[in-house]
Design a protein around this ligand. Structure first.
Ligand code: KG4
Ligand code: ZN
Length: 351
């Protein structure tokens, strides 16, 4: 430990059963702060730079970092006010330390370190993806492992088997693009603005999934594997072929067909694995889980197969700090505290 942190001493730390945890998230374009007491959410605040990023068609890392710098103090103030607590009531500070944009992460991490240091409370370093998994506890505070999770975000697509508060197995993932990334690329092909996923969904609502596209599942493998590059290429080729023939693309039908091809295999395999492993509960997390088609098909599939589905509200699927505080609690209860010299990490393997 650096001598800089000499005053930071947790040797008399008392572990609370229902700690007040302040969570900070700044891995991409949302500056967010949330406060929980036990599993109860007391405050959830977000300041987003998405509209600024939209002018450039995607997230510009330097703009994200600057926006976090401007917003982090304000978002924390708002959360503390909403929760009706004093800063001195906080028992731990949880923060995303990766994966994400390095400069963006550093803003939240530095702020959280300073806060933990000044309050002399533990710092909890949260893996963003584990945060997405822990969003389910916001919907169902009594959730207990084991459960199967469908994770679909801008950076990850996987099916996971969570066995305890801090332990999970990756049952399968993607060999190339993540599902959200594929949505964003498809949006670009369809001429839709950033953020792509919600716009593809909106366009798909007026269409029929009648266009034949490859499914995102890689067949004939021992291990479960998804792949989105073929689907993306098929969408591009479909548009080129139509253009060459001088025919118009029915964008709504193409969006609906893409959405179905991108999501159906995820839902099918999630349910299949829950049954195969005899796990009765299914959860889901990540930005793509805000997609209505995914939510409807997963709800239906779980119902048909007698599985209990814990589906976080849409606002807890896309990036937020409530999920970071929620995972912070899992780590707090397991005594996983970070050193103040921990660094941000742009990439962290899922496992
Ligand atoms: O989890 P998230 O907010 O950030 C990451 O950790 O990556 O996920 C962002 C991804 C983006 O690719 C975005 O297009 C996608 O989630 N997304 C959606 C929807 N809302 C967000 N994709 C499809 N339908 C949506 N409604
Ligand atoms: Zn995320």
């Amino acid at each position: 430990m650096s001598p800089l942190y000499a005053m930071y001493n947790l040797s008399n730390l008392k572990i609370e059963k229902e700690p007040i945890i302040l969570g900070v998230e700044s891995s991409c374009d949302e500056t967010a702060c949330a406060i929980i007491k036990g599993r109860k959410l007391l405050a959830n605040q977000i300041i987003s730079s998405a509209s600024e990023q939209a002018k450039y068609g995607g997230v510009v890392p330097e703009i994200a970092s600057r926006a976090h710098t401007e917003a982090v103090d304000e978002v924390v103030k708002r959360a503390v006010k909403e929760a009706g607590i004093k800063l001195s009531d906080i028992n731990a500070v949880a923060v995303t330390y990766g994966a994400g944009l390095l400069g963006a992460l550093l803003v939240g991490l530095s702020f959280a370190k300073g806060l933990a240091y000044s309050l002399n409370v533990p710092l909890i370093a949260v893996n963003h993806i584990r945060g997405h998994l822990a969003a389910a506890y916001l919907d169902q505070p009594d959730l207990k492992p084991p459960y199967i999770t469908l994770l679909a975000s801008g950076g990850h697509t996987a099916i996971l088997h969570t066995k305890s508060l801090t332990e999970f197995e990756v049952l399968g993932g993607t060999s190339d693009d993540a599902c959200g990334e594929a949505f964003d690329k498809c949006a670009r092909v369809l001429g839709l603005p950033y953020p792509g996923g919600p716009n593809v969904q909106r366009m798909a609502e007026g269409g029929n999934s009648t266009i034949s596209l490859p499914q995102c599942l890689v067949k004939n493998l021992e291990r479960l594997q998804f792949s989105y590059s073929g689907l993306k290429t098929a969408v591009i080729n479909y548009c080129h072929n139509k253009e060459q023939k001088g025919e118009e693309v029915n964008k709504a039908d193409l969006a609906a067909s893409f959405q179905k091809a991108a999501i159906d295999p995820l839902v099918k395999k999630t349910v299949e694995y829950a049954k195969k492993l005899n796990v009765k509960t299914v959860t889901a997390g990540g930005g793509v889980v805000a997609n209505d088609y995914l939510r409807q098909t997963l709800t239906q599939a779980c119902k048909q197969n007698g599985l209990t589905l814990v589906l976080p509200e849409k606002k807890y699927c896309t990036d937020n700090a409530a999920m970071i505080a929620s995972e912070g609690l899992n780590q707090y209860l397991s005594g996983n505290f970070a050193s103040l010299d921990i660094n941000a990490r742009a990439a962290i393997p899922l496992k």
